[in-house]
Design a protein around this ligand. Structure first.
Ligand SMILES: NC(=O)C1=CN([C@@H]2O[C@H](COP(=O)(O)OP(=O)(O)OC[C@H]3O[C@@H](n4cnc5c(N)ncnc54)[C@H](OP(=O)(O)O)[C@@H]3O)[C@@H](O)[C@H]2O)C=CC1
Ligand SMILES: CC(C)(CO)C(=O)C(=O)O
Length: 297
């Protein structure tokens, strides 16, 4: 069974290495240098214990490769989607698509595509690209999957590749799943980006942890129904499990790229406003991240 993963960044590479255990995986990349690097080396995963797992993932810049795939996983950032969506719209409607972005903004855009089967993933693991063919696994966390429309059968392949290092969980409601993850990202991503610390830094420093808790309380006051899904200890636990990870937003900041602050933080602030709630702490981080971006780009 052929799987295509669009985007060989942190998440695309990490997912590819776990899938390649049992499946034929090709990453669709946009740079020739990366196509050559993965062609020569496959993808190497640096495991949590420092060992290296070499995998036989292939790479191609040819989007025609997508047509032969049993599943296409879209692992680019939200900011990359505008250029990619028209290409996906041209694909056969029978090819199932799985979107693994953080945030909320991709949900409706993905569902406007003509494909019959569309699913969403929420990644709670840490992943960091080391170079064009190497990814570091920065913390075990579940990959949640929700099939929003179409035939769920193909996604059973994740049952074949799941393991204690790569746990997988199927959930019912994609939008709820994405919102829950967006809240976690609102707690972790902007603060790590502004403070320039790894995820663990938010709970290792008592001042940062106090701020994290205040941010959590502010969001739970606005979305009280989420208290039963996310306890503050869950937030602390995610920071601890991914302690050595550089959050995806901080990775963007460090690489001088546009962050996903709008599709994650901006989208949550809008949802709170719709219920007449303001989130002053989160709003401050939102503007800080945008100010930093404006300064650098
Ligand atoms: N990193 C993490 O720990 C986690 C990230 N996430 C989420 O996963 C998503 C992906 O993030 P992440 O992997 O960190 O992002 P990265 O920036 O590391 O990777 C994105 C990749 O997409 C590639 N790309 C962009 N456009 C195209 C295109 N048209 N065709 C082919 N490739 C393309 C980029 O290529 P190029 O190198 O050429 O720019 C890059 O390699 C984000 O929504 C993020 O929020 C979720 C959980 C954890
Ligand atoms: C899970 C977590 C917080 C890992 O860093 C993430 O989603 C991200 O970095 O975007």
């Amino acid at each position: 069974m052929k799987i295509a993963v669009i985007g060989a960044g942190s998440v695309g590479m990490l997912l590819s290495t776990f899938l390649a255990d049992r499946l034929d995986v090709t990453c669709i990349v946009r740079r020739k240098a990366q196509e050559i690097a993965i062609g020569e080396h496959g993808i190497n995963r640096i495991n949590l214990d420092g060992t290296v797992t070499k995998t036989s993932v292939k790479a191609s810049r040819d989007y025609n490769e997508l047509e032969g795939a049993s599943l296409v996983i879209v692992a680019v950032k939200y900011t990359h989607l505008p250029l990619l969506l028209p290409k996906l719209a041209d694909l056969s409607v029978d090819i199932p698509l799985l979107f693994v972005q953080n945030g909320l903004a991709h949900y409706e855009k993905a569902l406007q595509l003509p494909q019959k089967t569309i699913a969403f993933g929420s990644c709670q693991f840490g992943a960091q690209k080391e170079n064009d063919y190497t990814v570091i696994h920065r913390g075990i966390g579940v990959l949640k999957l929700a099939v929003e429309r179409g035939n769920a059968e193909i996604f059973q392949l994740f049952r074949e590749v799941e393991s204690p290092l790569f746990p997988v969980q199927f959930v019912e409601h994609a939008e709820n799943m994405l919102f829950e993850k967006a809240l976690y990202n609102c707690f972790i991503n902007p603060m790590t980006t502004v403070l320039q610390v790894k995820n663990g830094g938010l709970v290792a420093n008592r001042h940062a942890k106090k701020l994290l808790e205040a941010l959590y309380e502010e969001c739970m006051d606005a979305f009280p129904e989420q208290r039963e899904n996310i306890a503050f200890s869950d937030v602390v636990s995610l920071c601890e499990k991914t302690a050595s990870n550089t959050s995806s937003m901080l990775q963007d900041r460090l690489m001088n790229r546009k962050t996903e602050v709008e599709s994650i933080v901006g989208a949550v602030i809008k949802k709170a406003e719709q219920r007449g709630r303001s989130l002053p702490i989160l709003n401050t981080f939102y503007h800080l991240v945008l100010a930093i971006e404006g300064e650098k780009t």
